[in-house]
Design a protein around this ligand. Structure first.
Ligand code: FAD
Ligand code: NAD
Length: 473
């Protein structure tokens, strides 16, 4: 007899596993079907984020950051370490250990919450039936509700197809066995900048080819310009307005041809990483009766509550509209579980933080200055540099600034943009503030510990109304 569940979730990335756990917490009989298989041939929960995304990339950013500090930043503290070497094998093993700890952690959470975890490929046959193809055969599950959380996959370029060795996607770039002498990256987006930083810090000569004429066009442009200057100092060679015409792997290199305003160029690199975005992943997900519509870009079409066109079928995470971010997917998963359980829940899409984990880090939430100008929303801007804070000076990490944009008449915070050390952590304060519709004055009147980097947030809030203390307004 077919197994019956209140909820079947397809996909155990941060959107799907959070949805499954929350459903189980709310007393719903829940199964989660996921097909991810590790290189060792084992089921590995956590999706892209834990296996080949957020976590392994941050592990390498931390390792390469330590190496870079030893090489270039500790001398001024009076620390000299001669002859430091990077053991790439040990670095990769550490990364794998972190991935394994976390993916096993999800399995443990499933067990603890009594989520039935099934390793296999899920396919929606009809609105209440999910076929699971496993190693051992097939099974049809009956589900009162289905949550689709199948995530995304890297976009491939026809002119430079992946060969898994020299022309690779982000997954390949997380596992180079040695530091490439010359590394080419197509796309100066989040992945290009993060993984370019990793290998650049370890000694690769990194060239990033970006088709657009502007770096990070959706980021506040004052911050993006700061970032561009910082990356230049780090010798990340970012070539804007560069259109790749083709790439061919040879025995010992990849030959890349590209064109920019100055004409046609050739580039020879050891590896080429294609990082031009990701696409929703729905391969073999629907049987003919599923009744779930996709939009014209291949995303599962959903309303503001993540309901698809089929009754009792929801979709969350990268496979639906909105930013492809782990925390956005997790919040959608959580909200859908609560809706299924009869509660009211919603995601505030206006206040989703973004972080780019380069050094300095870049973090933002809400409107950019160019958005406000375009929409003709009157605003005041408060800007404060980290170089004017004692903590950043003590840490010898002074690059960057905090910028707060608040409505000119109501003082409500409309956007916050940070480039600097620990920007990923500093942004949380203003996300909470914006969630509560705080004004710049609310932050300005909040006591911030001294000496901390968060004082730059405090001072930027004061600067909105020209009251910064440690700098001329
Ligand atoms: P996924 O994590 O992609 O999970 C989907 C799961 O569904 C996978 O396990 C897949 O195997 C499974 N699946 C698919 N189809 C089926 C099927 N038919 N049957 C069974 N299982 C199926 N985001 C951040 O917020 N912060 C970061 O720092 C960050 N860093 C990143 C770094 C890199 C290199 C990459 C590639 C991405 C990064 N992201 C980051 C993005 C983040 O990984 C994604 O936004 C997030 O993983 C999306 O979660 P998801 O649950 O929607 O999908
Ligand atoms: P992206 O959208 O961030 O950047 C892709 C870049 O490639 C863009 O700048 C685009 O203009 C450029 N591009 C597109 N086609 C090109 C071409 N033919 N030649 C040259 N450049 C080209 O995408 P990504 O870096 O691949 O990352 C995918 C997604 O993964 C991100 O959008 C983000 O949602 C997620 N991610 C998030 C984090 C994080 O939160 N820190 C880290 C990594 C990935």
């Amino acid at each position: 007899m077919a197994k019956r569940f209140d909820v079947v979730v397809i996909g155990a990335g941060p959107a799907g596993y959070v949805a499954a756990i929350r459903c189980a917490q709310l007393g719903l009989n829940t199964a989660c079907v996921d097909q991810w298989t590790s290189d060792a041939g084992k089921a590995s929960l956590g999706g892209t984020c834990l296996n080949v995304g957020c976590i392994p990339s941050k592990a390498l950013l931390d390792s390469s950051g330590h190496y870079h500090r030893v090489q270039h930043q500790l001398q001024s503290h009076g620390i000299r370490i001669d002859g430091a070497v990077m053991d790439v094998k040990a670095m990769l093993a550490r990364k794998e250990k972190i991935v394994s700890t976390l993916t096993k952690g999800i399995a443990g959470l499933f067990k603890h919450n009594q989520v039935i975890s099934i390793h296999g490929h899920g396919q929606m046959l009809a609105k209440d039936q999910v076929k699971v193809s496993m190693h051992e055969g097939e099974e049809v599950l009956h589900a009162a509700n289905v949550i689709l959380a199948t995530g995304s996959a890297p976009i491939e370029l026809a002119i430079a197809p992946f060969d898994g060795k020299r022309i690779v996607d982000s997954t390949g770039a997380l596992s180079f066995k040695q530091v490439p002498k010359r590394l080419g990256i197509v796309g100066a987006g989040v992945i290009g900048l993060e993984l370019g930083s990793v290998w650049g810090r370890l000694g690769s000569k990194v060239v990033i080819l970006e088709t657009l004429p502007t770096l990070l066009p959706s980021v506040d442009q004052q911050i993006a310009k700061d970032a561009e200057r910082q990356f230049k100092q780090q010798e990340l060679d970012i070539r804007l307005g560069a259109t790749v015409k083709g790439a061919k792997s040879a025995a010992d290199a990849v030959n890349v041809s590209y064109a920019d305003n100055d004409g046609d160029h050739q580039l020879k690199v050891d590896h080429l990483v294609i990082a031009v975005g990701r696409r929703p992943y729905t391969e073999d997900l629907f049987g003919p009766e599923a009744g779930v519509e996709l939009d014209d870009r291949g995303f599962i079409r959903v309303d503001e509550h993540c309901r698809t066109s089929a009754a009792n079928v929801y979709a969350v995470g990268d496979v639906v509209r909105g930013p492809m971010l782990a925390h956005k997917g997790s919040e959608e998963g959580n909200a859908v579980a609560e809706l299924i359980a009869g509660q009211s829940a919603q995601v505030n899409y206006e206040v989703i933080p973004w972080v780019i984990y380069t050094h300095p880090e870049i973090a933002w939430v809400g409107h950019t200055e160019q958005d406000l100008q375009k929409e003709k929303i009157p605003y005041n801007a408060g800007v404060f540099p980290f170089a004017a804070t004692g903590r950043a000076l003590a840490a010898e990490d002074t690059a960057g600034r905090v910028k707060i944009l608040a409505h000119k008449h109501t003082d409500e915070i409309l956007g916050v943009h940070i480039i600097g050390a620990q920007a990923s952590e500093l942004i949380a304060e203003v996300v909470v503030a914006m969630e509560f519709s705080a004004s710049a004055e609310d932050i300005a009147r909040t006591v911030h510990a001294h000496p901390t980097l968060s004082e730059a947030v405090h001072e930027a809030a004061l600067a909105v109304n020209k009251r910064a203390i440690h700098r001329a307004n």
